[in-house]
Design a protein around this ligand. Structure first.
Ligand SMILES: O=C(O)C1=C[C@@H](OP(=O)(O)O)[C@@H](O)[C@H](O)C1
Ligand SMILES: C=C(OP(=O)(O)O)C(=O)O
Length: 437
């Protein structure tokens, strides 16, 4: 376990490029494996989670050629995934665990087991088992809910599925299964969540339409796309942005940040808190236009430190900022008044229970945070003293601890900082490049 200490940094200056997007990389590898012709992927994320996805699609018969600046995947086609003699290891990656079964469910007469690390074994899969069973596949999970679990493929029927929770992973699983089912599959979301799967399927020639909260995919014979470019990850960029906002005197450029509006909830929350972050964001879509975009916009963000005010994050905003909510808690310690996150019960089933983890970490550093059933309340205390944060193996908690250290009065020691490699292996080097030399 790597322990790393982050000292109070003084103002941050310079520029960093956002690392490639984890969500889009997972999807690119899976869609590449589902395609019949080779798919070239540029900007693929080289991190633990997305490497698990490359290994998984190889185990299913896709060929992966990794070159220094691109990956070429020669897929098996929509309905030809190969049987695997061993369980597929999803490692720590919830997105892989919940998206891949959508494709596997459509493989008639074949069966796979999926398993992962200790954290993954605590994360529920009944949320994908239910719709996939309704489509005709069979899923058996430990205690009915947890990995390891098996997926038995079948000839799938199209369904209309109303998501009980706003989850892009469950939506994507059903849409991927829908592409290979008979007919048109519709998913209804309680609130919009990231739409990378819809955009990528539309780019691959699948008929995808959105009507308000409903997304419909028509079945297809094959996916056709020859190139996918992965933009920078706004969830990873959020750590540098947060540091730039709370370390007094900072001014940073965070380059190549994906700004698909379904990922920029954190930037809108920051704006309400009074932060100065300037860039060319995609405008939110009100759901009235059925056409799904096929591209992923990017921008450079210019970040300046300044005073912050507390805010309330409402349930509908949660899916649009889900992985950044721990950082909203951290920012709350530096803001005037109260910062409240509501409707975020889902945080309890991430790599760790992120409601408990955030509250424990912030209080250990001298903050004033309280857990609620579905979120937290943080009272601004004018900053943080410092201390020790245990990441508990959760990459986002590790990086939160590091940012807290830079902005603290006495520094922060992060236990198991190595967890950052799940999504952002270059995090420590990027942060240190912003320190005054
Ligand atoms: O679809 C995705 O790529 C993701 C969706 C979110 O999970 P949920 O769908 O469980 O909210 C998010 O927390 C995760 O990091 C990635
Ligand atoms: C929750 C996350 O990812 P996953 O669900 O893919 O493990 C995350 O990256 O914060």
């Amino acid at each position: 376990m790597t322990t790393v200490r982050y000292e109070p940094s003084g103002r941050l200056r310079g520029s960093v490029a956002a690392p490639p997007d984890k969500s889009i990389s997972h999807r690119a590898a899976i869609v590449g494996a589902m395609a019949s012709e080779p798919v070239r992927i540029t900007g693929y994320l080289d991190a633990a989670d997305t490497n698990s996805t490359l290994a998984a699609v190889q185990a299913l018969g896709a060929r992966v050629d990794a070159k220094p600046d691109e990956i070429v995947i020669r897929g098996t086609g929509l309905r030809e995934a190969r049987s695997a003699p061993h369980p597929i290891d999803v490692g720590n990656a919830g997105t892989l665990m919940r998206l891949l079964p959508g494709w596997l469910a459509a493989q008639e007469g074949r069966r796979w087991t999926l398993d992962g690390d200790d954290s993954i074994r605590r994360r529920p899969v009944d949320r994908i088992a239910e719709p996939l069973r309704r489509m005709g596949a069979d899923i058996e999970a430990r205690d009915g809910r947890f990995p390891p679990f098996t997926v038995r493929g079948a000839r799938l029927r199209a369904i209309h599925y109303e998501l009980p929770v706003a989850s892009a992973q469950v939506k994507s699983c059903v849409l991927l299964a829908g592409v290979a089912a008979d007919g048109a599959t519709t998913v209804t979301e309680p609130a919009p969540s990231r739409d990378h799967t819809e955009r990528m399927l539309a780019a691959a020639g699948v008929a995808v339409q959105r009507h308000g909260r409903h997304v419909t995919v028509q079945c297809a014979d094959e996916l056709e796309l020859d190139h996918i470019h992965v933009p920078g990850d706004p969830s990873s960029a959020a750590f540098a942005i947060a540091a730039g906002v709370i370390v007094p005197g900072s001014r940073l450029l965070v380059r190549n940040v994906g700004v698909n509006w379904t990922r920029t909830g954190f930037l809108r929350i920051l704006e309400r808190m009074g932060a100065i972050v300037v860039g060319d964001l995609e405008a939110p879509d009100d759901g009235s236009d059925p056409i799904v975009p096929t591209s992923e916009p990017v921008t450079d963000l210019d970040v300046t430190a300044g005073p912050l005010a507390g805010t309330v994050v409402e349930p509908d905003e949660v899916p649009l900022a889900i992985d950044e909510l721990p950082l909203v808690g951290l920012l709350g310690c530096f803001a005037e008044g109260e910062t409240v996150v509501t409707g975020a019960h889902e945080l309890r089933v991430k790599e760790s229970d992120r409601i408990a983890a955030v509250v424990t970490a912030l209080n250990a550093l001298g903050g004033d945070a309280e857990a609620t059933e579905d979120g937290f309340v943080v009272r601004g205390t004018g900053g943080l003293r410092g201390g020790v944060v245990d990441s508990g193996g959760d990459h986002r908690m590790a990086m939160l601890g590091a940012v807290a250290g830079l902005a603290s009065r006495e520094g922060v020691e992060v236990l198991d900082m190595g967890a950052a490699a799940v999504s952002y292996p270059g995090f420590d080097a990027d942060v240190r490049s912003l320190l005054r030399r």
